[in-house]
Design a protein around this ligand. Structure first.
Ligand code: SF4
Length: 249
């Protein structure tokens, strides 16, 4: 049975402390300019960080944003070929750039710092290639706004531990944010440390439960011990489902 909300909020706080002890304090400092963050996050979908960065740098060899909008879409797709699904991402990037230029007369996103968070999220997610994860990353990382980006790692770890029931990543944004304080440095540190934990320990297949600092309060570990199944193979109540079924525990 799902934990009551106050218990889930307390569990998240406990996870924050455990992960800080394991991975350290992570100060909130913008890692790159807002437009770089926005376009790179679109490129990052299903792509390693090295390939995402290589695709971004080659995209810039086409010229400035105006030039990229006007370039043949095939040329944009070729430039970003190190990223997965370049044929889908290229027209999205061009459409996103075009929409920003049309609405703002340029590519300066600093106005997002002063919009109410709800309006800033809406403005970004109304762009053609931008979902709630990308919008949240830009708002938190670049403008220290109190939102919580949920990527595949954050989603998997929080679901397995039992902070959230099985749900999609989109819904998880809203639910997890509702459990967290509006504290950007905390939100940032929890995001990056959950991501790191998901990459290193609570992996999609064969999570390394024996060395996990979260295992004493983890629902999946309580249910399966050291044999927690692949994320897509697990469902609430301990049964199994097909790997390509709905989002698993
Ligand atoms: S105990 Fe296992 S399933 Fe639970 S968070 Fe840690 S690695 Fe993931």
């Amino acid at each position: 049975m799902a934990r009551p909300e106050p218990e889930r909020a307390e569990l998240l706080r406990w996870m924050f402390e455990r992960l800080r002890a394991e991975y350290g304090v992570r100060p909130l400092v913008a890692r790159r300019a807002p437009m770089h963050e926005l376009i790179s996050t679109i490129l990052s979908q299903r792509t390693t960080h090295a390939d995402e960065e290589a695709a971004y740098q080659e995209l810039l060899t086409l010229g400035d944003w105006d030039t990229i909008i006007e370039a043949p879409t095939d040329a944009v797709a070729h430039a970003i070929r190190r990223s997965n699904y370049p044929e889908q991402k290229a027209p999205r990037i061009q459409a996103t750039l075009r929409a920003i230029r049309e609405q703002r007369g340029g590519y300066d996103l600093d106005f997002l710092a002063n919009l109410p968070v709800k309006d800033a999220l809406k403005w970004l997610t109304d762009l053609p290639g931008v979902g709630v994860k990308t919008a949240s990353l830009v708002l938190l990382f670049n403008f220290s706004r109190p939102v919580f980006p949920v990527d595949t790692h954050v989603h998997r770890v929080t679901t397995r531990v039992g902070v959230i029931p099985r749900m999609g990543e989109q819904a998880a944004h809203r639910v997890l944010l509702g459990l967290l304080p509006p504290d950007p440095p905390l939100l940032y540190e929890l995001h990056v440390n959950l991501l790191r934990h998901g990459q290193r320990v609570c992996t999609w297949t064969r999570p390394k439960c024996p060395v996990c600092v979260l295992r004493e309060r983890c629902d999946a570990f309580a249910l399966y011990g050291n044999n927690v199944p692949s994320f897509g193979e697990q469902k609430a109540g301990g049964g199994r489902q097909k790997a390509n079924g709905p989002a698993g525990l």
